[in-house]
Design a protein around this ligand. Structure first.
Ligand code: 5GP
Length: 196
């Protein structure tokens, strides 16, 4: 199997942690390799070339960098859902509940009604797909706006967790640049799904 640029980078610099966590903080979600982000943006543009997209939606914090760089290829604004602990939300917000895979807590995420409307065709972008909670929250916000989900671009999907299958079964067009089908914390071994 030939690996693409992201799979190669994960193979080289990704670290498998206990609890099904893949650490990619040296290039994706702490230190950021913006040249790699450009390749990701270019690849999503290639995969979604036939789709009308008017806005990119992501979630703070780790989605923001990749979504911003991707937006250069789509020439549309980026909106990020904000995590908010306060129950007292000033009106005019779309709100969804998202359970965090990494922190195991529940966050309220909000997007101002000013920035998503029923005219929008939304490309959702995020760094990871595990159980799909983050994506379900973002999809809920798009449907509250009466907008349509034009597609979903994920950097790293953990294919052995349920999110990818759930989202594809719902009929969404999901393009993950790398799908990890197995990883072993003891040996550090990572196996990818062949997407060709
Ligand atoms: P989900 O909501 O699909 O269960 O998890 C997606 C969110 O959890 C992502 O936005 C990402 O921030 C975080 N996440 C899930 N799995 C991993 C992982 O293996 N490594 C890292 N670094 N983040 C993850």
């Amino acid at each position: 199997m030939t690996m693409n640029f992201l799979e190669e980078r994960i193979q080289r610099d990704g670290i498998v942690k206990e609890g099904n966590v893949l650490k990619v903080d040296s290039f994706l979600n702490h230190q950021m390799d913006v040249t790699l982000f450009r390749q990701m943006g270019e690849e999503w543009k290639r995969r979604f070339a036939d789709v009308t997209i008017t806005k990119i939606l992501t979630i703070e914090a780790s989605g923001i960098g990749i979504a911003c760089v991707a937006s250069e290829y789509f020439n549309v604004p980026v909106v990020f859902a904000k995590k908010s602990k306060s129950i007292n939300i000033e009106g005019d917000m779309y709100i969804a509940q998202v359970e965090s895979f990494t922190h195991k807590n529940i966050n309220q995420v909000i997007v101002s009604k000013k920035f998503l409307s029923s005219d929008d065709h939304v490309l959702i972008i995020d760094d990871f797909l595990a159980n799909g909670c983050a994506l379900q929250g973002l999809i809920s916000i798009v449907s509250q706006a009466g907008a349509s989900v034009a597609g979903i671009g994920i950097a790293v999907e953990k294919g052995f967790q349920s999110g990818g299958q759930i989202i594809r079964n719902l009929g969404y067009r999901l393009e993950s640049l790398a799908i990890v089908d197995g990883m072993d914390a003891a040996t550090g071994q990572i196996t990818f799904r062949d997407q060709n």
